[in-house]
Design a protein around this ligand. Structure first.
Ligand code: F6P
Length: 321
């Protein structure tokens, strides 16, 4: 069978840079004389037959836009064989020979099912702000999210310093402390709570009380959502220290905005690579970049737990407070 038509979808939480990846998939396919279909609303849209033939102009002027023009959705139904079987029938009906799946863990799991159980060629492109995918140093959207959160933390620092307060700032990341660590270091946070490390809140409180005695009164504590809620942490701090606290939950603003150059270029390189892999007959693979080089791993390896070294990072943050 010769390879003629690529399908592309975005699934799970949107991430800045997904549009740049879609553009790269579409234009790389067209330049190789392949046809491309955009599949709207992820696996859910696939099951509803929300597909459209894309041409060169379908992806004009999207490289700088956050979100995803294909829309996205979470689709728990896709865990069921019945839904997967229906999806395979639709993929065949539209003559799609292979899929590029842009998203995070859930998206990749859908790709594993389609490729391993149903023989649909699938290549994963890592699109998530959480940076929790194996086989790549960075996922598309993580750099933008870190910079968005950093901008907010810099602003919070102005009021923290002026009013000499303790602020607890909650950032996203699901089970990953990546955003918290990056903004914590870049924003000069006094402490960071992340799911990868067990942290003793009483030790943080002790540092605060000691700091207060020395005249260090302003504190920013960054909490990754996977390590607890900012509200709970702030309450505990006040209970233990009797010091006043304020809370900021940055939430979904971290998912929006124009992607950084780093995210656009990562998305462009990986989107294009994904099409090349499909044309070479590869399947059930995820593309990434490790130490500046393209890296291709099995989708299963990509979703296995990502081990990150946090100790030296954390020690550095503490050394500088
Ligand atoms: O996976 C991306 C992410 O933004 C996580 O950081 C967060 O936990 C989750 O999605 C939020 O999902 P939703 O937008 O469905 O509330």
């Amino acid at each position: 069978m010769s390879f003629k038509r690529v399908g592309v979808l975005t699934s799970g939480g949107d991430a800045p840079g997904m549009n740049a990846a879609i553009r790269a998939v579409v234009r790389t396919s067209l330049s190789a004389n392949l046809e491309v279909m955009g599949i709207f609303r992820g696996f859910a849209g696939l099951l509803n037959e929300e597909l459209k033939v894309f041409d060169h102009r379908s992806v004009s002027n999207i490289i700088s836009r956050g979100g995803t023009i294909l829309k996205t959705a979470r689709c728990p139904e896709f865990l069921e064989e019945e839904a997967q079987k229906r999806a395979v029938d639709i993929i065949k009906k539209y003559g799609i020979d292979g899929l590029v799946l842009i998203g995070g863990n859930g998206t990749y799991r859908g790709g594993i099912a389609l490729s391993k159980k149903w023989n649909v060629p699938c290549i994963g492109v890592p699109g998530t702000i959480d940076n929790d995918i194996n086989g790549t140093d960075a996922t598309i959207g993580a750099d933008t999210a870190v910079n968005t959160a950093l901008d907010a933390i810099d602003k919070i620092r102005d009021t923290v310093t002026s009013m000499e307060r303790i602020f607890v700032v909650e950032v996203m990341g699901r089970d990953s402390g990546f955003i918290a660590m990056q903004v914590g270091l870049a924003g000069g946070a006094e402490d960071i709570l992340i799911p990868e490390r067990r942290q003793d809140i009483t030790r943080i409180c002790h540092d605060m009380v000691e700091g207060n005695l020395r005249g260090k009164i302003s504190w920013i504590v960054v909490v990754a959502e996977g390590a607890g809620s900012a509200g709970d942490v702030a309450r505990q701090i006040t209970e233990i220290t009797s010091l006043e606290t304020r809370v900021a939950v940055l939430g979904h603003i971290q998912r929006g905005g124009s992607p950084t150059a780093r995210d656009r270029n990562l998305a462009t390189v990986l989107g294009s690579q994904a099409v090349d892999l499909l044309m070479k007959g590869e399947t059930s693979k995820a593309v990434g970049i490790v130490s500046g080089k393209i890296n291709v791993v099995d989708l299963e390896a990509a979703v296995s737990k990502k081990e990150v070294e946090t100790d030296s990072f954390y020690q550095l943050v503490k050394k500088l407070t």
